[in-house]
Design a binder for this molecule. Sequence first.
Ligand code: DGT
Ligand code: CA
Ligand code: CA
Ligand code: ZN
Length: 570
Amino acid sequence: MQNADIARLLNRLADLLEIEGANAFRVRAYRSAAQSVEGLARSITDMLAKEEDLAALPGIGKDLAEKIATLANTGTLPALSEAEQRTPRGLLELLRISQLGPKRVKTLHDQLGIDSIEALRKAAREGKVSALSSFGKKTEEKILAEAERIDEREQRTRLDEAGQAADVLVAYMQQFDGVNRITVAGSYRRGRETVGDLDILVTCNNDQAVMDHFVAYDGVADVVSQGHTRATVHLHSGLQVDLRAVADESYGAALHYFTGSQAHNVSVRKMAAAKGLKINEYGVFKGDEQITARSEEEVFAQVGLPWIAPELRENRGEIEAAQQGKLPRLVTRDDIRGDLHMHTTASDGKASLREMAEAAQRLGYEYIAITDHSQRLTVANGLDIKRLRQQMEEIDALNAELTGITLLKSSEVDILEDGSLDFPDEVLRELDICICSVHSKFELSRARQTERVLRAMDNPYVNLIAHPTGRIINGREGYQLDIEAVLQGARTRGVHLEINAQPKRLDLRDIHVRMAKEVGVLLSIDTDAHSVAQLDNIGLGVSQARRGWLEKNDVLNTRTLAQLRKALKR
Ligand code: DGT
Ligand code: CA
Ligand code: CA
Ligand code: ZN
């Protein structure tokens, strides 16, 4: 469990309690604990491993310290599971509407019996919401507009959130003696940025007992179906989980089948058919004879292919590449030598320069760029020229002191509406690397937005465009941008683009990453970390890069520091 996960669950508990109308002090205690955990420079898990006293942290008493320890160790909390069981699941969904906080959700539930987005939509259409004393007509309209847009069934779960749920559930399943092998397959294994549901595959000696163990999991809200070899449940978060049990002999075939994608499977099955073979989730068959397929390698070998990495299995040319021996050697997390986008307490980050540097050292990085916000972004405490130069001096001092890691002087410079930059050239030239990004005027037309980014890249000091499309997963679309024109423009100017690894961003998205590779633009995989713990999000960015077919050489920050400095020369 990372600090951010612990904080999220504490906030969730506070939400649930507030919806129930629990004591305000209790609610506030959980919220301030969440804030305190989120702001910590050190990982709670590390602190517990070193047997440090969490109660020494600000805003955290003995009772909360115990609860946080339980959360960190088990991924859940009895108080949380109980609150989740007491509260209709739809009530938490209602919090997704920006007009609604826990208090209002409680009012809607108490007075109108509203317990889902659907029920809310109906009541708002009938004018029942504005009839309540605490809601006006305007608010009702806004609520309705948002409720209409949210399609509950369309909602997919972010990869990081699915990963947290999967880790805890897999650990729970592994406690059970009858489980031999267990793998999370489906879109999760392919590293898609969101998943529709989790597909878990187990091999075991006793199907029935394993299914019983699965549905008895604390996090299960309801059981959709349960049979001997498969079960489907919903977790309290709303996430659906499919469990499949197969025999060890079928493991390879089943893993390939349930990893998908369906389009990839169809293509592989066609190849099998051409060879007179049949492939399904139970195995590879020649007539009635079953050919051993304990591993995926064996399944692929039967159709004459090498093993294909799950991230590539979207039927986007991976089978042809495999046939021609041209599969990419995908970049791995170990190839990453540094992180070129992160914030410190100087702007809106939670950790100091030194804390970020030491964390990067622990990750084995060779360099990091310190990219606090520029002056225009006052909401994020952007640095003016004076503060930026002060930070450069601090960086010089730290570089003189620390060994093995180099801090690069940088800034995340705002791109203004006309494509000019938030700092003058004489400041930009003092930076080791200049990254810039759009944080305003999202509503510009596609032509103007594209022009804006191209103009920014015209500035000879610019090296990297951060989170290039501005989209937020399950949040906002991102601004209109002709990404191909931006990529072409970047290539001719010697500018790089970013794969921002923040779980809610993952920007560029996979198809854009692939496009960048084809155009010949090197991408940098960066976390945009606002705390020490967020430096770990690099893995999500690497997954995204792999889905875009990137190899080590396609990624800017796999370079040594010396090579990087060269690559940054325009
Ligand atoms: P998701 O859950 O929407 O993010 O996407 P997936 O790919 O995880 O899809 P899901 O959960 O429906 O099924 C998991 C895998 O099982 C899928 O990738 C391929 C396989 N599969 C499921 N249903 C079918 C089917 O009707 N035909 C074939 N060929 N494969 C299927
Ligand atoms: Ca799935
Ligand atoms: Ca499924
Ligand atoms: Zn940013």
